[in-house]
Design a binder for this molecule. Structure first.
Ligand code: ADE
Length: 243
């Protein structure tokens, strides 16, 4: 796969400044991926640079106009095609979308070009979804990061990018750490487990000792303890969320 590209379209470009920090920023410096944040207002016409309007049919709030969105997405797709990318995955952030989980993050990590459309207010005119769903070289996925309503898609985009980018080959120093983490570890059934608890030095802290299995040096015993501890933690979590 060619170097993946991640575009973000927003009316608050500064909101995405964490993209230049930490793991994502370092991965970009190393040429493993490219990110670009575009200001939706740069694709408006008129002095007011307006991006929203009242909803047809009435109701509270404002809806984002499809006009600047179409301009922005077309320009970005063309730019990416100039760089040799041929398929675009348009991600529309909305609490009404497909819920992000680890399997979905793996799927997104296979895509060569993600374009994140960060809606605000009551969302983006639905014709943007309809239009790009039928355009050649595009697919559209509406994505939610959880069952709660945020003020806009910016934070959701950061969450998704952080989950996706660390799965790109070469981004994590230690590929082993991907194998055993939460939601990737499984027991003999196919149920995903959360990660087992971890411990480091000192061996005793405030009267609490590290489980002796982990100090045993016996790899079989350690592996068995970890699966059992992950199962116990998964069950505890299920109890907390059970209605
Ligand atoms: N926009 C508003 N709420 C959201 C959510 N939960 N996930 C993704 N985008 C959103």
């Amino acid at each position: 796969m060619s170097t993946p590209r991640y575009d973000v379209i927003t009316i608050f470009p500064e909101y995405l400044s964490p993209l230049s920090l930490s793991l994502i920023g370092k991965a970009e410096e190393r040429g493993l991926l490219a990110t670009k944040v575009s200001d939706l207002r740069a694709f408006t016409s008129g002095v007011h640079k307006s991006v929203d309007d009242t909803p047809y049919g009435g109701g509270a709030g404002m809806v984002m106009s499809p006009v600047p969105w179409g301009e922005a997405i077309d320009v970005i797709a063309e730019e990416a095609e100039g760089e040799g990318l041929s398929t675009h995955t348009l991600i529309i952030l909305t609490p009404a979308g497909r819920r992000l989980d680890q399997a979905f993050a793996y799927e997104l990590a296979q895509k060569e070009h993600l374009i994140f459309a960060c809606g605000r207010y009551e969302g983006i005119d639905y014709r943007v979804t309809d239009h790009y769903s039928t355009r050649d070289h595009f697919e559209v996925i509406e994505v939610s990061i959880g069952d709660y309503v945020l003020g806009g898609g910016e934070v959701a985009t950061l969450v998704i990018l952080e989950a996706v980018i660390r799965l790109i080959p070469g981004v994590l120093g230690n590929a082993e750490s991907l194998k055993e983490e939460s939601h990737t570890l499984r027991d003999e059934s196919t149920e995903p487990l959360v990660e087992y608890p971890n411990f480091t030095k000192p061996p005793e802290w405030r009267g609490l000792e590290v489980p002796p299995e982990l100090l045993s040096g016996n790899h079989g015993l350690i592996a068995k303890w970890r699966v059992a501890a992950a199962k116990e933690r998964t069950e505890k979590l299920k109890d907390q969320t059970r209605e």
